[in-house]
Design a protein around this ligand. Structure first.
Ligand SMILES: Cc1ncc(COP(=O)(O)O)c(C=O)c1O
Length: 422
């Protein structure tokens, strides 16, 4: 079979996202808001549409449409498991990551007792802090914090050995920051947790659009993703290691099945979101086939090749952006800015322009139909550490593999113009 690699085509990739061709008042849209949620791949939309037309019925029935739902859900779990490097009975769909982590924190914290400790990270979105913090408060146990260095935007790995000890029951950390863009060495943190028998939880919500996940290689107990951040629907998709899923006493209604994933996924889920997530994953696989030189066959190989192709393109976007803003005056970029370290970050850039309010900047971008975020994005601790929490936060410009160098140039040109006014 041929392993011919086709070079990246913006046109072809963008055609795989119906929203990218939309215009407003004859002006193209520039979606630089990916960290808050990406655009949705056509494959995801097709799967969602098909599920709602062909088998819009609850699962577990004796009739045709219900049985089609059963089959579709089984397939969605199988594909999701391949995507994360897990087994199908280790993936749980839910409403979103926040809800899933509140749900799991209640089960996990049940046996925490006085003298126990947990470690939370200052670089996390609050979805991977508040649930554990509240649980720790309820159980009366101590919380220790893994800080990050405000100059390098890296975790203080040097403190791990003093933070994590025989009393540690649980360690939560972040894979890629939704504010700083840093890609973290979570394996190092997971290994430190494992060494003392503590559970580890990785928030991969931001990383999954950019980095292929292999939960078995990481060795974590829990890993969260939200498909709307990787070209799919609004939903949550959580990996739960089998040993942990088996051990937890489920928070479920009594008649519900006592098996994965149902026992950890209370109520009727969005079946269409599960199908659409499968479509989003198939989009990544398509990238692998089309631009990664991976023939159709092994889905996992295709997905990995898709990520390789997408991240090579994203690296060019990152380098173009970093070199574009490097010499601008009055800009503070909160994150890795060294071009040589560009592969150690995802293309999520938070910045401030001296003297200009972040909302005002975002509005000016919006006037050009360029969509960027402003605020702190629930990265509550990061914003606090950087001292921007109560002063409008930052402007966040984020790219995905469907963005183009021309879009980056357009954004940098606007920033250059604003920076002269700052
Ligand atoms: C890093 C990170 N973790 C968690 C979340 C929360 O995800 P959800 O909206 O699915 O609850 C977000 C959302 O922005 C995020 O960026």
């Amino acid at each position: 079979m041929s392993t011919h690699t086709t070079s990246w085509s913006d046109t072809e990739v963008r055609a795989a996202f119906p929203a990218l061709s939309l215009r407003d008042h004859d002006q193209a849209r520039v979606y630089a808001d990916a960290p808050g949620g990406t655009q949705v791949a056509a494959r995801a939309l097709t799967r969602m549409h098909a599920s709602m037309v062909n088998h819009c019925a609850n699962d577990g029935g004796a009739f045709r449409t219900s049985q089609l739902t059963d089959a579709a859900l089984q397939e969605a779990h199988r594909i999701a498991a391949v995507f994360l490097g897990a087994e199908p009975d280790e993936v749980v769909f839910g409403l979103n990551t926040t809800t899933q982590l509140f749900h799991f924190s209640r089960m996990i914290a049940r046996d925490w007792k006085a003298g126990d400790e947990i470690v939370l990270s200052r670089m996390d979105h609050d979805a991977n802090i508040a649930p554990w913090l509240i649980a720790a408060q309820e159980r009366g146990i101590q919380v220790r914090w893994l800080e990050f260095d405000v100059n390098t935007f890296q975790y203080r790995y040097d403190t791990l050995s003093s933070l994590i000890n025989a009393n540690t029951r649980f360690v939560a950390c972040n894979h890629a920051s939704n504010f700083l863009g840093t890609i973290n060495d979570v394996k190092r943190i997971i290994d430190a947790a494992k060494a003392v028998g503590a559970l580890s939880m990785v928030d991969a919500v931001q990383s999954v659009a950019h980095i292929a996940i292999d939960v078995k290689a990481l060795g974590c107990d829990l890993l969260s993703t939200s498909p709307y951040k990787y070209f799919g629907p609004h939903a949550g998709l959580l990996y739960v290691k089998r040993e942990l899923a088996d051990r937890l006493v489920p928070l479920k209604v009594r008649p519900a099945a006592d098996m994965m994933p149902y026992k950890h996924s209370p109520g009727t889920p969005s079946f269409e979101a599960q199908c659409a997530t499968q479509g989003a994953i198939e989009h990544m696989a398509w990238l692998g086939e089309r631009f990664g030189g991976c023939p159709v066959g092994s889905l996992r190989s295709q997905i990995l090749a898709g990520y390789a192709a997408a991240s090579a393109h994203e690296l060019t976007l990152t380098q173009r952006f970093l070199s574009g803003v490097a010499n601008l005056n009055n800009i503070t970029l909160y994150g890795i800015s060294d071009l040589d370290d560009a592969s150690r970050r995802v293309p999520t850039f938070s910045l401030r322009l001296r003297g200009l309010d972040s909302r005002v900047i975002a509005k000016e971008f919006a006037e050009h139909n360029i969509f960027v975020w402003d605020g702190s994005f629930y990265a509550y601790e990061i914003a606090g550490v950087l001292g921007v929490r109560d002063s409008g936060g930052v402007v966040r410009i984020g790219f995905a593999h469907y963005n183009t160098l021309a879009e980056v140039d357009q954004i940098v040109a606007l920033l250059a113009d604003m920076s002269t006014r700052a």
